[in-house]
Design a protein. Structure first.
Length: 280
């Protein structure tokens, strides 16, 4: 699933390419009913979007918000396999393209999702958190709301949780998933199962710095694309940050720092990765 850096990369690209452009036509595929499942049907969805101008973009956690000129919000969530692609009208449609936005004087924006866990829908700002309740309880955003390390320390030590699940708790920090949690903890030199209320001030500073710097660099590198190359930016290009991964999906390989063997652990049905020597 795309995490904060991937969604932020897509948001910035859409902001540059499509803001101030009018959506002159909207197409929903025959199989697109699940993608627009919050609407009564294609006609309902199309009527809320067609003819509107895109005036801005936002991101909340892993949700992409496209702001329309009538005040409505076009929400996109990519789920496990969704892609948002900039395409020329002449480009043949990719399989599993469920929603196409045709812009006046600009390329198309296509929502592609093989597994259809993602979604696209229109709502109003006052109903956004009602429609997506988790947004009402999101934690702070490490890119948009950088706080002091002392504030972070107070929030961290108030919890009595293992570090990795806490980093992935969207109510604590917005946008971090399995992959970046592993990379952040490696950079901070901390094990996944350390308790949040048992860290020293120095360890808390390292963790906060590692979180911000890891996410910023991942955005600069345009996100991470794994072996399946499922994540792509709006231009159809893969990210580059995976080339810098220190532990994620590197079980059995030597640590880039100390040459020990990267270990793999299972927790809550998901794989995690860490260096037994570098992370304490």
């Amino acid at each position: 699933m795309p995490e904060l850096p991937e969604v932020e990369t897509i948001r910035r690209d859409i902001d540059k390419e499509f803001v101030s452009k009018k959506i002159k036509q909207v197409d929903v595929s025959r199989g697109g009913s699940r993608t627009i499942r919050r609407h009564k049907g294609p006609k309902d969805f199309v009527s809320r979007v067609e003819g509107r101008k895109l005036v801005g973009t936002r991101r909340r956690g892993k949700y992409l918000l496209l702001l329309l000129d009538n005040g409505d919000v076009l929400v996109m969530h990519m789920g496990m396999s969704g892609q948002v692609l900039r395409s020329a009208p002449k480009d043949p449609p990719i399989k599993h393209t469920h929603v196409v936005l045709h812009f006046a004087g600009a390329p198309q924006l296509r929502f592609v999702d093989p597994r259809t866990f993602g979604e696209v829908f229109v709502t109003t700002p006052d109903k956004l958190e009602q429609d997506v309740p988790e947004l009402a309880h999101l934690g702070f955003d490490p890119l948009d709301e950088q706080i002091s390390w002392t504030d972070f320390a107070q929030r961290l030590t108030a919890k009595h949780a293992q570090l990795k699940p806490l980093l992935m708790d969207q109510r604590f920090i917005a946008g971090i998933g399995n992959m970046y949690a592993d990379e952040i903890l490696f950079s901070a030199g901390l094990r996944h199962d350390r308790r949040s209320d048992q860290l020293t001030p120095q360890e808390i500073r390292r963790l906060y710095r590692a979180m911000v710097e890891t996410l910023q660099e991942a955005v600069r590198r345009r996100g991470s694309s794994l072996a399946d190359e499922q994540y792509r930016d709006i231009f159809g290009e893969i990210g580059d940050y995976q080339s810098l991964h220190n532990v994620y999906d590197r079980a059995g390989q030597p640590c880039r720092r100390c040459h020990s063997t990267i270990a793999r652990v299972k927790a809550n049905g998901r794989s995690g990765y860490f260096c037994p020597r570098c992370q304490i």
